[in-house]
Write a protein that binds this ligand. Structure first.
Ligand SMILES: [Zn+2]
Length: 299
């Protein structure tokens, strides 16, 4: 990847910031200069040249917002956003209510020194997958159902110790609908979710009580992941065995399905947000042609 002078410039640029959005008690600052500079950087990078015109359009339409904001406050927003790294500095996120992608210029400086253009680009790819799944769920499902099936097949096989790969079409469809509906409605679909997952019972090598325990734990952790992220993160750090079994299974499934190692997230959003699978994939295989195609669709 070509080192861009512009990126360096972007982060040191004295910009006349103006409030562009107020959401959840947080003021988001941007400026015409910042937006233009961001577009210029994106079109100059080898890794984003091909999709730069679409990204420019999304910036002009206010869908992608390169911005500064008070970052400490973001944890209070966790139930409303998808972010790239919940447990570390957030570099960008997708806001479910606003249906916008925020790229935090400030955090990119703090965590990546001289404005790491690669990380910024990957953050952009990642958050735009959430944007697609949330705003065009049918398109998302049509485009990526084969990848999603591969991933969830491996996950169920691993977590419930199945003899063979299960069918996951129903599950993938349901999860995609979940995501399109927004998180507030997800809990009303838990029963349906549980019924579909329970079909794996016939193929498990686990004893009945062990299977049931894993099934119950799964839905507890799923609920925690959606409604109480900080407790979940704490349990992961404290090496809670039952929680880790799920996280590790989610983690291993990336390798089993796509032959890639997930070095970018602690997986748990995959339980309720199928777009996260493609987010991770977009960071690990940014040149994957289907992922490049989403920008034309979004713009
Ligand atoms: Zn994400």
């Amino acid at each position: 990847m070509r080192k861009s002078k512009n990126v360096q410039e972007l982060f040191t640029l004295p910009v006349n910031l103006e409030p562009v959005l107020y959401t959840d008690g947080i003021m988001v600052y941007s400026s015409e200069g910042l937006r233009n500079k961001f577009k210029e950087v994106i079109s100059g990078l080898e890794s984003t040249k091909d999709i730069a015109p679409y990204i420019a359009k999304l910036i002009e339409n206010g869908i992608i917002i390169p911005c500064y904001m008070n970052k400490g406050i973001l944890k209070f927003l966790s139930y409303k956003i998808f972010s790239r790294k919940e447990e570390q500095g957030i570099m960008g996120f997708y806001h479910l209510g606003q249906k916008k992608v925020f790229i935090l210029i400030e955090n990119n400086i703090t965590f990546w020194g001289h404005g790491n253009d690669k990380i910024m680009t990957l953050t952009l790819l990642h958050e735009c997958m959430h944007l697609l799944a949330d705003t065009k769920p049918k398109t998302f499902w049509t485009m990526f159902s084969s990848e999603l099936n591969s991933y969830y097949q491996e996950f169920l096989k691993e977590y419930f110790q199945l003899k063979s790969l299960p069918k996951t079409d129903k599950l993938v469809k349901l999860l995609t609908v979940f995501e399109g509906e927004g998180r507030s409605k997800i809990t009303s679909r838990f029963a349906q979710y549980k019924t579909i997952i329970s079909e794996t019972r016939e193929d498990t090598t686990l004893k009945e009580d062990e299977y049931q325990e894993r099934l119950d734990t799964y839905f507890k952790v799923l609920d925690m992941g959606m409604n109480d992220t900080s407790t979940l993160i704490n349990k992961i750090y404290n090496r809670d065995k039952t929680v880790l079994r799920i996280i590790v299974s989610l983690y291993k499934s990336y390798h089993a399905a796509f032959k890639v190692t997930n070095t970018v997230t602690t997986p748990f959003q995959e339980m309720f947000a199928p777009s996260e699978v493609l987010c991770v994939l977009s960071e690990l295989k940014p040149s994957y042609s289907k992922i490049r195609k989403i920008f034309k669709i979004l713009a």
